[in-house]
Design a protein around this ligand. Structure first.
Ligand code: ADP
Length: 200
């Protein structure tokens, strides 16, 4: 079992996936909160039936899976619906995260989540690492990756903590404004630090 759990967060395009891959390449296990958010609504899971019961079968595809765009449309225009959905899913996601983290077998493990602080998932971790980039870099990298307009990326950023709010809550900060070699140096620095903490 991992002796230290580090919660990794940052806004869209800050480098969470890139950072997660680099820690994994160093033998560190990582659980992605976005993946778990998909797992808890898979067909056969009780949450999917509850969601269909609440919103109607329109939110199911012909194959019986969750129609995410349809659900997104509903909650986008209805804050009450969003709140209902979150109070159903957040405890299920946290349970899944807790179980998978407890099975992690590296000296320390990562919980990677875009909404670590927003959803209270920081309660599941021993320390927090915030990936920090200026907003222009976030916009440029995320819109290039997704082929999305800056407006679309801005709308997602608006639902997340601001850079300042996130930094204020960080225990460790990874500056990811630089190039790939600079990122690797940052990962090496943090990996050494977390190994020392886990072994300390
Ligand atoms: P997130 O998971 O936080 O949304 P990603 O890890 O997908 O962010 O990174 C966003 C984009 O920026 C990806 O296309 C990624 O390859 C690129 N990227 C991340 N870090 C760097 C870096 N240090 N230098 C150059 N490109 C980067």
């Amino acid at each position: 079992m991992a002796r230290l759990i580090v919660g990794v967060t940052g806004g869209i395009g800050s480098g969470k996936s890139a950072v997660m891959e680099r820690f994994q390449a160093r033998g560190i296990e990582a659980v992605d909160a976005d993946d778990m958010a998909r797992v808890v609504v898979e067909p056969g899971r009780p949450a999917l039936a509850e969601i269909a019961g609440h919103f109607g079968n329109e939110i199911l595809t012909a194959e019986g899976t969750l129609d995410r765009p349809a659900l997104r449309d509903i909650i986008f225009s209805d804050p009450g619906a969003k709140q209902w959905l979150e109070s159903l899913l957040h405890p299920l996601i946290n349970k899944e995260l807790r179980e998978r983290l407890s099975r992690a077998d590296s000296p320390y493990a990562l919980l990677v989540s875009p909404l670590l602080f927003e959803t209270g998932q920081d309660a599941l971790v021993d320390r927090t690492l915030v990936l920090d980039v200026p907003e222009e870099v976030q916009l440029a990298r995320a819109s290039r990756r997704d082929g999305a307009t800056p407006e679309k990326i801005r709308a997602i950023m608006a639902a997340q903590l601001t850079r300042e709010e996130r930094l204020a809550r960080a225990e460790d900060v990874l500056d990811n404004e630089g190039d790939w070699p600079q990122l690797d140096l940052e990962i090496d620095r943090l990996h050494a630090k977390y190994l020392a903490l886990a072994n300390g």
